[in-house]
Design a protein around this ligand. Structure first.
Ligand code: GFB
Length: 311
């Protein structure tokens, strides 16, 4: 990928796509192609083909997806599987038809079995049953990985996949019904603090463990892999995470400290916990020369500042 390369970022307005765009721009890449949802509907095969035919991108970051937290995933499984399958199939097939030089597909750590041994190595894919709350999304993401693998196998394409752990950062979704836990906690603590509310309610038991990676680190890993490797160098896909996890209770206490809220935390066990633990084994990524740089504390501080500034 040289500095003049024409690069398409699918999903450039989302949390991950916008971070990839910032990262590429900071490295001097200027020939970036982006389309908003209203300009290009990625679930429309004909529109996607027309776009690739006209624009002829050389490199593709496939960061467009329908995403959400545990409640959105379990309430709208049909939308999660249908939309994600269409987006992936349309872009990956068009990338093949139009001879794209390299594509990077973003999956998710929920592709692993619910009770996979921890930390989870890439080879644990499809070794057990999935977590029910996000099975639909996980199946779509597994299909994306296998599309890349089988197009490489049959057509000799250069399509790579990465599996991010739970991400957070600027441009995240802070809607309490559809968000992931990090933005939900930042918002709940902030609103409780400014409205002098003495207790906040968070979902589940607080005992599940999660690994959190700042989206600027995620974007940096994606660009590092695109710049330096081909699909044949990295195995079927690469996990991207920090290698460290914490309980939701510990996370709530940390966010409470950063927001400076000293009220009580109540756990609503009628809400789902989801998978008990999902910690990625990041040794393959480390061997490929990349490690996370942003500490959890700094990342949450930065996200909290962004959230209050953007209001
Ligand atoms: O981030 P989250 O929605 O998704 O929830 P998953 C993580 C944990 O935080 C769960 C708890 O145990 C939740 O019960 N939690 C506590 C909360 N309070 C809240 C709250 O106010 N909001 C939310 N959202 N959670 C998602 C998958 O799973 O992870 C997706 O559904 C995707 O498919 C994504 O893979 C990365 O980590 O459980």
């Amino acid at each position: 990928m040289d500095i003049q390369s024409k690069i398409y970022i699918a999903g450039h307005r989302g949390m991950v796509g916008s971070a990839i765009k910032r990262n590429l721009e900071s490295r001097g890449y200027q020939n970036l192609v982006c389309r908003t949802h209203s300009e290009l509907d990625l679930t429309n095969q004909q529109a996607v083909n027309e776009f690739f035919k006209t624009e002829k991108p050389e490199y593709v970051f496939l960061a467009a997806a329908k995403v959400g937290g545990i409640l959105a995933n379990s309430t709208y499984p049909a939308e999660f599987i249908y939309q994600n399958l269409l987006i992936e199939a349309n872009i990956i097939h068009a990338a093949y038809i139009h001879n794209i030089k390299k594509l990077l597909f973003l999956g998710s750590s929920c592709i692993y079995p619910k009770f996979a041994p921890q930390p989870m190595k890439e080879e644990y894919l499809l070794t057990g049953d999935l977590e029910v709350t996000n099975e639909a999304y996980a199946i779509a993401k597994i299909a994306g990985i296998r599309l890349c693998k089988h197009y490489n196998q049959q057509y000799n394409t250069n399509f790579m996949s990465v599996m991010p752990t739970n991400l957070y950062g600027q441009n995240d979704n802070f809607n309490l019904e559809s968000s992931h836990v990090m933005p939900a906690l930042i918002r709940k603590f902030h609103e409780a603090k400014i409205n002098n509310i003495s207790e906040i309610v968070i979902w589940g038991t607080g005992s599940p463990k999660r690994e959190f990676l700042h989206v600027d680190d995620m974007a940096d890993a994606c660009v590092h892999l695109m710049m330096n490797y081909n699909a044949s160098d990295i195995g079927e896909f690469v996990n991207v995470g920090t290698g460290k996890d914490i309980t939701i209770k510990e996370l709530a206490e940390l966010v409470g400290d950063i927001v400076d809220y000293d009220g009580k935390i109540i756990y609503d066990a009628s809400k789902p916990d989801g998978t008990p633990r999902k910690l990625l084994d990041v040794s393959r990524l480390n061997v490929l020369g990349w490690k996370a740089k942003i500490s959890l504390k700094d990342g949450i501080k930065q996200t909290y500042e962004w959230y209050t500034d953007s209001k």
